[in-house]
Design a binder for this molecule. Structure first.
Ligand code: FO1
Length: 314
């Protein structure tokens, strides 16, 4: 299929669909834009967790159980570090460390995150294009009942336990969309925008908070579709459903549709949630029910194919 497809994604769930898209779409016809709101400086290193999750997944080296990091990883560095101080709450595997070290070094030499990502992808043999949502810093902060926390403090150190009251994107006013992202979003060649089944608040909102992205999605001629990250009222992974309830929304596909309704043309929901289709349709959003639980690589390929066909039908 020769199409210009723009895919927006966060970490684990998004990476799986991005992998399926790569199996269906030629490298020159797909741009995968990844959330960098989770990025942070840790142990002197610049960590870009979602970029790495997408990169490792596409390179087929991601750890299948955790979803993040590299399969068959060793943890000698972390174990040695834990002997000195309580610094092992964010686990960096020995192989994964090389990625962070290289990225940090290149940033220090003045290269942009996009340029470094391209070099890393080349080393991992990835032909498809992955870009960070921005070369500029934008950091997600979570306002909780235990205070305002940097993203990884909330997510990993505190295991998403604090109650979420609001989410902030530090730097959103200054950060510009990556040039390839902005160019494709405003191109007449664009055939479809696919929002992967990522957390709308933590993974997709940072992209939408970049200048002109939301308004471009509202005015774009190409269909904009999303795959809901909610199945049976629960998130397959991560705190999406918990956050929805904490923010006063019902944890369901209708809330996802309502959240994106200002730009969304179609929503793919899980086949088991088909009873929600009518209510979503009443928002003026087309619905497709399909298997959205990606247990195997074939599931990723099938869901990607469904996305492409659904978008083409709108
Ligand atoms: N997630 C965890 O739950 N615990 C960790 O120790 C952890 C380490 C880690 C290291 C590198 C990396 O690329 C990702 C890592 N993640 C870890 C995942 C990450 O925190 C989140 O999944 C994302 O930021 C949310 O998409």
């Amino acid at each position: 299929m020769n199409k210009s497809i723009l895919s927006l994604c966060g970490g684990v769930g998004g990476a799986k669909l991005a992998h399926g898209l790569c199996k269906n779409v030629r490298p020159e016809d797909l741009l995968i834009v990844v959330n960098t709101g989770d990025d942070f400086r840790h142990l002197g290193l610049h960590i870009s967790p979602d970029l790495d999750t997408v990169m490792y997944t596409l390179a087929e080296v991601a750890d299948p159980e955790r979803g993040w990091g590299i399969a068959g990883e060793t943890w000698d560095f972390m174990e040695a570090l834990a002997g000195f101080a309580d610094l092992d709450w964010f686990r960096l595997g020995d192989k994964d460390l090389a990625t962070h070290l290289y990225r940090t070094r290149m940033l220090g030499q003045g290269q942009g995150l996009g340029q470094i990502t391209r070099a890393l992808c080349r080393s991992f043999g990835i032909e498809h294009r992955i870009v960070p949502m921005s070369d500029d810093p934008l950091r997600t902060r979570i306002v909780t009942d235990r205070g305002t926390l940097p993203f990884q403090d909330y997510f990993v150190r505190q295991g998403c336990r604090p109650g979420v009251q609001a989410i902030e994107f530090d730097g959103a006013g200054q950060a510009r969309a990556h040039p390839d992202f902005a160019a494709l979003l405003n191109s007449s060649e664009l055939d479809a925008v696919i929002l992967c089944p990522s957390n709308p608040f933590l993974s997709i909102d940072p992209l939408l908070s970049l200048e002109d992205v939301r308004s471009s999605l509202q005015s774009v001629n190409a269909p904009v579709i999303a795959v809901s990250p909610i199945v049976g009222g629960k998130a397959l992974k991560g705190p999406a459903a918990k956050i929805m309830e904490e923010l006063g929304m019902a944890a369901g596909n209708l809330s996802i549709a309502g959240y994106y309704r200002d730009f969304l043309d179609g929503l793919i929901i899980d086949a088991g949630d088909e009873h929600e289709a009518q209510a979503i349709g009443e928002l003026g959003i087309k619905v497709k029910a399909a298997n959205t639980v990606m247990r195997s690589v074939q599931d990723r390929i099938d869901l990607a194919e469904t996305c492409l066909e659904f978008a083409a039908s709108l």
